[in-house]
Design a protein around this ligand. Structure first.
Ligand code: BGC
Length: 367
């Protein structure tokens, strides 16, 4: 709070085009000893986000329905300790590598790299390692551009961080538009070839209820990636037709989530990569609650639909709200899991001189 007053008084943030309510508020200290802050981005259409520079995590996301009633549709906490004692990825920027690298190892340009197997149950490196990009306080710059409001997060990931090669300079820009779109633009450069597969691990429950099982989902994908018990893709992509992975038309999420299908049971439940149809920036998915809906648009080729199977009923979130297994889901746009070990998958390698760029939008609407 003190920081908010002083930032406004000094005009430092205001000079960059930000109003006082988007100046930083203190949000305590992370377990790594860094000071975290909260920012509020309020769109002209009613969509409103509270976000922290600690991993770029979305902490609150208020979405209006047709009556203008705002519901906070995401998981968040009252302090950094909330993530540190539950699942650190809730709402966070994920890097360098979204999802799993099998056995925490890969070979690149003839050299073998060994990463932490921080997802021990699945013998994998998950979401960047022990201290992934979610574990850092990022440089944060709120902005206003026409009718849009937003924030630019940036950080430099040093050569060798978590075992990955090359210094990566990463920028992630969140923009809230008057049409109630949350746009996420990712950019990265490197000085040595490295795998880079960034994503955002926000969770949604469009009713703000304690289950997503009665909400509906559609995914424009004719194929998905079958996995083994370690949740690593095996073999080529498989047809969704005739399986519980077929979301080409709207399906109630809970209808088939406990189907005995072996690959689904490895989740257990949905925790898989969908190979998205089409190419370029396009609509790839839509989620429907009772009075709110959300479209997912992206230029990415894959979508990890994770149904919150590992969320524990005992975890507590902000405002003493309950958290339940399968109470929230994540729709993570990215390249396919374990690509560094799958030369048959579209590459995730970024080379010096190239710029990694990808865009995803979550577009909220009423129904
Ligand atoms: C993974 C899940 C994991 C979750 C962690 C998802 O992207 O696929 O297996 O439990 O992230 O929050």
């Amino acid at each position: 709070m003190v920081k908010m007053m002083s930032v406004c008084a000094m005009g430092a943030v205001a000079a960059a085009g930000c109003s006082c309510d988007r100046a930083a508020k203190d949000f305590g200290t992370t377990k790594y000893g860094e000071a975290a802050h909260l920012y509020v981005l309020e769109g002209k259409g009613g969509l409103k986000m509270e976000v922290t520079d600690y991993g770029g995590r979305v902490n609150r996301l208020w979405v209006p329905d047709a009556k203008g009633e705002l519901v906070d549709v995401t998981i968040g906490f009252d302090s950094p300790a909330g993530w540190e004692t539950t699942d650190s990825y809730f709402g966070a920027i994920i890097g360098r590598y979204g999802n799993r690298i099998a056995n925490g190892t890969f070979t690149l340009e003839g050299k073998t790299y060994t990463l932490a197997q921080n997802d021990a149950d699945h013998h994998a490196n998950l979401h960047g390692g022990k201290r992934g990009w979610d574990g850092y306080v990022w440089d944060a710059k709120p902005f206003t551009k026409g009718d849009d409001v937003g924030i630019v997060f940036s950080r430099v990931s040093p050569d060798g961080e978590e075992g990955f090669p090359g210094t990566v300079k990463a920028t992630v820009t969140y923009t809230i538009t008057p049409e109630n779109v949350w746009r996420i633009e990712y950019e990265g450069t490197t000085d040595k070839t490295t795998p880079l597969n960034m994503t955002q691990h926000v969770y949604f429950n469009l009713d703000g209820s304690d289950t997503i099982l009665d909400q509906e989902l559609q995914i424009a994908a004719s194929k998905y990636s079958p996995v083994n018990a370690d949740l690593a893709p095996v073999g080529p992509a498989a047809d969704v037709a005739g399986t519980p992975f077929d979301f080409r038309t709207f399906q109630v999420i809970g209808a088939r989530i406990d189907d005995p299908d072996t690959v689904l049971q490895y989740g257990p439940g949905y925790d898989h990569n969908w190979v998205l149809d089409g190419a370029g920036f396009r609509k790839v998915a839509e989620m429907r609650g009772k009075t709110r809906a959300m479209e997912v648009w992206t230029d990415q080729i894959g979508l990890q639909f994770y149904a919150g199977n590992f969320i524990k009923d005992s975890w507590k979130m902000k405002d003493a709200r309950p958290m339940k297994r399968r109470g929230y889901l994540a729709l993570e746009t990215q390249h396919f899991p374990n690509t560094p070990n799958r030369p048959d998958f579209p590459t995730t390698n970024l080379k010096p001189g190239e710029t990694y760029r990808t865009v995803t939008e979550y577009r909220f609407k009423t129904r």
